[in-house]
Design a protein around this ligand. Structure first.
Ligand SMILES: [Zn+2]
Length: 80
């Protein structure tokens, strides 16, 4: 089975940490690369604005597009 990019990023980046809703503690995803990006089981996220599906807490998340581009290139096996 082929590893997804999200799995690659989680596996190859040090110190992953769960991001939880501050109100209800539901897990949104995992932060990797010293907080530079948010990873879910299927997405590597650079910008998100949404609400917790459980309690409605508003979440805003921003990262630099350049960092995401480098991760994508690495995951594709090319040099940045
Ligand atoms: Zn919540």
């Amino acid at each position: 089975m082929t590893e997804t990019k999200a799995e690659y990023v989680t596996r190859t980046t040090s110190k992953p940490k769960d991001v939880r809703c501050p109100d209800c503690q539901q897990i949104f995803g995992t932060v990797v690369a010293n907080g530079a990006q948010l990873v879910t089981p299927t997405l590597i996220i650079s910008h998100v604005r949404g609400a917790c599906s459980n309690c409605g807490f508003e979440l805003s998340w921003y990262s630099t597009d350049r960092y995401i581009e480098r991760i994508q290139l690495r995951a594709n096996g090319r040099k940045p």
